[in-house]
Structure formats: structure tokens, C-alpha cells
Design a protein around this ligand. Sequence first.
Ligand SMILES: C[S@@+](CC[C@H](N)C(=O)[O-])C[C@H]1O[C@@H](n2cnc3c(N)ncnc32)[C@H](O)[C@@H]1O
Length: 229
Amino acid sequence: MSRSLKYDIPGVDWRRSMADAYEFGIHSLFEPDYTAPFPLVVEIGFGRGEFLLELAAKSPDVAFFGVEVSWKRVLKMARKVARAELGNVRLVAGRGEAILQDCLPEQSVQEIWVNFSDPWPKAAHAHRRIFQPPFIHRAAQVLEPAGVLKIATDDPIYAVQIDEVLSGEPLLHNVHAPAPCIGEDPARIETSYEQDWRTEGRTIHFFDYVPQNVPQNVPRKAAGAASES
Ligand SMILES: C[S@@+](CC[C@H](N)C(=O)[O-])C[C@H]1O[C@@H](n2cnc3c(N)ncnc32)[C@H](O)[C@@H]1O
């Protein structure tokens, strides 16, 4: 028997509606606690949410926006964010593609993270894969000039597709070129799926892309870097 969902939020409820995100934009969801311009980090498909929680706890001056298509995961995450008393997180139940397309201005996001998105391996479901050319193009547009798009997958076939879509986007530059991606990134926080896949001995593929027009000697520091101490 499945455990029953708990609906009460033990503290401030930082969930927001898709309608508010559409009408007012993501940045407004952080006002008046944060006043523009403020750094904004977006995670799409946060799942159990540990990654976003750790990022947000490490950088209280940064605004973290989590979008997740499963409303149950958003509910569970809202309980965790409230319990952790994190005021710099906002959550929306919805699709990352829609958020990028309609709720974020161009050059407004410092980092976009998509960790272990579903590969939808059946050909009939291929259209559900998030990494399609229009999505990547929009991600490139909403990134700040010194921003970064960070993608991880454990699926080798999906990794090839992701590489094709990313390398075909003229607005983006591959940080790891000429390699398509890297297999280890000790600076990253591990997500719960990553821990599962590593236990199974799978290879992980980490892609890091930056806007093409930025001089490549500009220092970039991801909020998702693991503790420096
Ligand atoms: C395999 S899980 C990975 C969860 C987490 N990122 C991790 O690494 O532990 C993929 C998550 O992405 C969510 N998801 C799938 N498609 C999405 C979309 N288009 N927009 C937002 N979330 C999505 C799923 O509901 C699921 O929670």
C-alpha cells in the first residue's frame, strides 16, 4: 500500500502557480524579498529535490526557481523547502519548456540545470524528450552572457541525441570541446538519481554549454559547485 501524501506545509509555502508565472514572469515571484537585478538559477525536473535544496542553502543571495511536471513532487519539495526555512526558492508545477518559452526574458538566467531528464527510449515517445532544438535555442536566449546550461544524463543513446541538439545550436559554445561532454565533475552536487546510477555502475555524461558570443576567458562559477572548503 502506498504511503498517503501529506498536504500540509510546515512553514512558508513557496509554491506558485503557472498562471502567476505566465502573467508576471519568474523574477516577480521573488519580489519583494529580492529586488532586480538578482542572480537567478533554474532547475528543470528537480525530482526529489535534494540538489536544489543544497544549492539554495549554499547561496542565500541567489534566487532558485524549480519547475517540475509532477505536482506530487512539487508538493513534497514544498514541504522540504519550508522545513529547511529557505526563502530563496520558488516552485512551480509545470513543464520546463513552457517556463523557458513564456516566463523568462532573454539574458535573465545565470544557470539552467537539467539533471537526468527522462530519455523516453521508445521511438513513439521521442517527441516527449525535453532536448529538442527549440528548447535548446530558447535556453540559449534566456541565459545571461556569462550564464551556463548544465545537463546530465546516464543514458548513452540520449547522450548522443543531446550532443547533436546542443552542438547544432549556433548561440551556444561547448565548454568541453572538442569532447562532447565529461564523465566526472567533482565540483557538482550529486543528485539522487546520479547516486542510484553510479551504484549501478553506469557512466554519467555531463554537458556544459555557454553563450557563444562571450570571450572564453570570462571566469564562470556555477552555484552548483560543491563546497570549496
Ligand atoms: C529521472 S527524474 C530526475 C530527477 C532529478 N533531476 C535527479 O537527478 O535526481 C526526471 C524528473 O524530471 C521531471 N520532468 C520530466 N519532464 C519534465 C518537463 N518537461 N518539465 C519539468 N519536469 C520534467 C520528472 O517528473 C522527474 O521528476
